[in-house]
Design a protein around this ligand. Structure first.
Ligand SMILES: [Zn+2]
Length: 264
């Protein structure tokens, strides 16, 4: 999900839904482009066209990056759907009832729901939600992975934001508020979750996935995703690809060591 309050750096965030749907209303206008159908109500056409060009560009970039397992693109009857609600109230009332959410991805329906003033609409919300869907196409809709991994991969596409994540995590370490990976894995976020907790969850997710991809090698990240697609548990896949990580605790230690190194 994404946060509405836009605090320090990271906070955009979204919900990644893999299966559920939402009843459609009749008042949507429809604008079909190469890989998307954009649904909108009364927003200006030039905004809709800006969504088209941004979405098509992000689609190419993300598919190039994560395209190692996908079998078909988003053309013709297989287009992705982007619903642009009127505003935050319309979105919260009719799409996702999370006060801090700015956008949501429904992977099984290839559907994104958001609103024009969502935080960083073109550079954060759109690529984040699209990454959720394309990533699920790569690893499988039913594959079980930790939420921090799912969100971290989506945030990796928020290029302007991922760099602020390390600083937030280091500050949490200094304050004794850091959440270790084994706790992050079982942590759940709710509508009532404090903003600070939501922000730290996403910052840690972005930071550790950045570490996994950039420091441990993109080719190993691809191997990790392949192992997940083949049905291995996250723990098994992690051990198979990164022999030195026998547990999440080992990954946690290596990540913290990395953060300490770059902080010197
Ligand atoms: Zn998300």
């Amino acid at each position: 999900m994404k946060i509405r309050f836009v605090a320090i750096a990271i906070v955009f965030l979204c919900c990644a839904f893999s299966a559920q749907g939402i009843a459609q209303k009749r008042e949507w206008n429809e604008y079909k482009v190469s890989h998307f159908i954009i649904y909108y109500k009364s927003i200006p056409m030039d905004f809709v066209k800006s969504v088209e060009s941004a979405a098509e560009q992000h689609y190419r970039d993300i598919a190039d990056w994560l395209g190692f397992h996908r079998e078909q693109g988003w053309a013709l009857k297989n287009r992705g759907k982007i619903y642009i609600y009127e505003d935050a109230n319309d979105y919260t009332a009719n799409a996702v009832n999370f006060q801090w959410s700015h956008g949501a991805a429904f992977a099984s329906e290839k559907t994104i729901r958001t609103f024009p003033s969502a935080h960083g609409f073109f550079d954060s919300t759109l690529p984040h939600e699209m990454t959720h869907i394309i990533f699920r196409e790569c690893i499988g809709l039913e594959t079980k992975i930790p939420l921090w991994f799912e969100e971290g991969v989506a945030m990796y596409q928020e290029k302007a934001r991922r760099f602020g994540a390390h600083r937030i995590v280091l500050t949490a370490v200094e304050k004794g508020e850091f959440i270790p990976l084994n706790e992050l894995t079982v942590m759940r976020l709710y509508n009532s979750s404090p903003d600070s907790q939501v922000e730290l969850f996403y910052a840690e997710s972005a930071s550790v996935v950045y570490f996994i991809i950039n420091e441990l090698g993109e080719h190993n990240f691809v191997r990790l995703c392949r192992a997940l697609k083949e049905g291995k548990t996250f723990q098994q896949a992690l051990q198979d690809v990164y022999f030195r990580f026998k547990s999440l605790a080992d990954l946690n230690t290596a990540w913290l060591n990395y953060l300490e190194r770059i902080d010197r």
